[in-house]
Design a protein around this ligand. Structure first.
Ligand SMILES: Nc1ncnc2c1ncn2[C@@H]1O[C@H](COP(=O)(O)OP(=O)(O)OP(=O)(O)O)[C@@H](O)[C@H]1O
Ligand SMILES: [Mg+2]
Length: 351
């Protein structure tokens, strides 16, 4: 993603010097920094040759500017009298994704379309993994409509003993961080892109997650800033894309998968939610949103189907009550579907 140092050096290797050789190999390039599309470096020359080198400087600037992704390019020329000039190379490339301390895996629960059951899956998967003995964190990245505090039955404000990092709140064996814990329920939030990115970054890096086998991230719907921020700030184990079997949801799911692929985030698989409706009175089953749609789409995209979850009223009521069905009715077939999902992820090394 973005322009790399290597690409810049490759471009500079195509800039010839007046007396043979190329600029990249010359040891005249100093203090090269590549940050996003901004490239800066210095060409250090012998003062006696400064005038002769100006066309080289101009050629170098043009060569870098021509690279796709180069937004601003600044090339300065300095003439040093001393022979051994200090090496001003930056210590390390800044930016880029960095791991969250104490967390082994980060799995995003995503969807193209809203309301397909991401938060329900995230909550039940989190408690199911905890029931299997995994150390689980849940990050509610749906900054527009955080639903995890309600689904996990958590209220109150996260503390900050050191004034720098926040301590997540826990229930059902899962540690939760959500903006829902920091604002009054029902409060509308209008986020501008940078604020949203800052909020997600803070919930990743300024929360004392402690040692966790897995951090599950409940994403907002769609393919926006939140997804981009998450993928750019920290390496993800992968994304799980939730969809209903409906054509329209599948179309959006495909967009979501496409975005994660572009961001080089592995797709762990798809989950079909609300696959079949089970009547709580008579047990009659009905494919309300169609049948087999997710399986066919997943096959087309070459990703596995990790679970097919039924549409059942108890899944909704237990979530609304703050005790996910995996906790409230662990022996029910609905809960078993989530537990099988959790076990499958553990078996595959993904959780
Ligand atoms: N399998 C299911 N059976 C019954 N109800 C379900 C099921 N999955 C989700 N629901 C209900 O559907 C509604 C939407 O689910 P949920 O909030 O999990 O979706 P979401 O994808 O997170 O939505 P958003 O895009 O708004 O974040 C909720 O009321 C939830 O309880
Ligand atoms: Mg949600």
């Amino acid at each position: 993603m973005g322009l790399t140092r290597e690409q810049v050096l490759a471009a500079l290797s195509r800039v010839a010097l007046p007396d043979g050789g190329d600029l990249a190999a010359s040891d005249m390039v100093r203090a090269l920094t590549v940050e996003g599309g901004a490239v800066r470096f210095v060409i250090e020359v012998d003062p006696a040759r400064a005038a002769q080198m100006e066309p080289v400087r101009a050629a170098a600037e043009a060569a870098v500017r021509a690279l796709p992704g180069a937004a601003s390019v600044a090339v300065a020329m300095t003439a040093h009298t001393q022979k051994a000039a200090p090496d001003l190379k930056p210590r390390a490339e800044p930016q880029g994704p960095r791991p969250v301390p104490g967390i082994d895996r980060i799995v995003a629960i995503a969807s193209g379309k809203g309301g397909v059951g991401k938060s329900t899956v995230a909550a039940n998967l989190a408690v199911a993994l905890a029931a299997e003995g995994r150390r689980v964190g849940l990050l509610d990245a749906d900054v527009y409509g955080p639903s995890q505090p309600r689904m996990l039955g958590i209220s109150g404000r996260p503390g900050s003993p050191d004034g720098k990092t926040m301590t997540p709140l826990a229930n059902h064996g899962v540690a939760l961080m959500s903006l829902g814990l920091l604002m009054a329920e029902g409060e509308a939030v209008v986020w501008r892109g940078p604020m949203l990115m800052g909020a997600i970054q803070q919930m990743l890096f300024q929360v004392d997650w402690g040692p966790r086998d897995i951090l599950i991230v409940d994403m907002p719907p769609g393919t926006g800033d939140a997804q981009l921020t998450l993928a750019q700030k920290t390496p993800l184990t992968g994304a799980i894309v939730v969809s209903t079997p409906q054509d329209i949801a599948l179309l959006d799911a495909r967009k979501g998968i496409d975005m994660f692929r572009k961001l080089k985030v592995p797709i762990l698989g798809m989950i079909e939610n609300m696959a079949v409706h089970v009547c709580p009175n008579c047990g009659h089953t009905e494919h309300i949103f169609g049948q087999g749609g997710v399986r066919a789409e997943a096959a087309k995209l070459g990703v596995p189907v990790l679970a097919e979850l039924p549409l059942h009223i108890d899944i909704r009521t237990t979530s609304d009550a703050g005790t996910p069905i995996v906790v409230a009715q662990p022996a029910s077939p609905q809960a078993r579907a989530f537990r099988d999902l959790a076990r499958g992820l553990i078996a595959g090394g993904m959780a």
